[in-house]
Write a protein that binds this ligand. Structure first.
Ligand SMILES: Nc1ncnc2c1ncn2[C@@H]1O[C@H](COP(=O)(O)OP(=O)(O)OP(=O)(O)O)[C@@H](O)[C@H]1O
Length: 233
């Protein structure tokens, strides 16, 4: 699936100005955006998801226009069919594992029953080895389990692509390695395109089939750099 992005956004706060400029095109199933803290990675991911509106530009995924300032197109997040995995997983603390996953299924379904036994929920509980903790609340889970629940909730909605914000940052080093291997396997099984932002070189090695570097708000396509193509931002 081709992701085609050309956006610009300027933010100003306390006399400081930050400009995000991102232009890239990728057919890769595994895109990694690498950069230091504050470089603008999260802002780019949020712009793709529809959580931040660029000042100008366009975003296309698989030939479908998600945003185009010139045409006044700006699909709301729920119509973009993208799953967003937040750095802290953002699980609903008052819902158990089964309910959290069910929440991903039906937009606007605010209160799924605790006995929800929807086939899709069962599928994702099994796929991510969460059967035994299905009735537990998020605070009763380990870090790795929490991440799996967030992934299951994201994937239950059958998104067209998965956006991951520092997916392993909240885990201790040993678990990080294991969860990296699990995500690697899952992504290959599902064949779902994913775009991951990180400042961790190990994530780049594991998932960076197409690597882009974010530097002070500007995106540099390392594939083009290697080919000697000048990037104009
Ligand atoms: N609402 C805002 N108003 C003004 N500036 C902002 C706002 N939100 C973020 N910024 C600035 O935009 C820049 C990019 O922030 P962003 O969160 O995208 O960085 P990041 O690369 O994801 O960093 P990290 O890895 O620490 O999450 C930062 O310098 C930040 O200070």
């Amino acid at each position: 699936m081709t992701l085609d992005v050309d956006i610009r956004k300027t933010l100003e706060a306390a006399g400081r100005r930050f400009t995000l400029q991102a232009r890239f095109r990728s057919d890769s199933q595994r895109v990694v955006i690498y950069g230091a803290s504050g470089a603008g990675k999260s802002m780019l991911l949020k712009a793709l998801a529809g959580l931040v509106t660029p000042d100008q530009g366009r975003i296309e995924l698989g030939g479908r226009c998600l945003y185009a300032s010139a045409q006044g197109i700006n699909l709301p997040p729920q119509q973009r069919e993208l799953a967003y995995l937040f750095q802290d997983y953002a699980l609903f603390p008052h819902l158990n594992v089964r309910q959290n996953i069910a929440f991903g299924l039906q937009r606007g379904w605010r209160n799924p029953s605790s006995q929800t036994a929807h086939a899709t929920v069962r599928h994702w509980l099994a796929a991510l080895e969460l059967d035994t903790v299905a009735g537990q609340m998020p605070h009763q889970l380990s870090g790795g389990q929490r991440q799996r629940v967030a992934l299951a909730r994201a994937l239950a909605a059958a998104p067209r692509a998965l956006l991951l914000d520092e997916p392993f940052a909240a885990l201790d080093p040993a678990l990080r390695q294991r969860m990296r291997a699990e995500l690697d396997k899952l992504q290959r099984q599902l064949g779902i395109p994913m775009l991951l932002i990180t400042h961790d070189k190990d994530d780049v090695e594991a998932f960076g089939d197409h690597l882009l570097r974010m530097e002070q708000g500007t995106l540099v396509d390392t594939a083009l750099e290697l080919k000697g193509v000048t990037y104009e931002g």
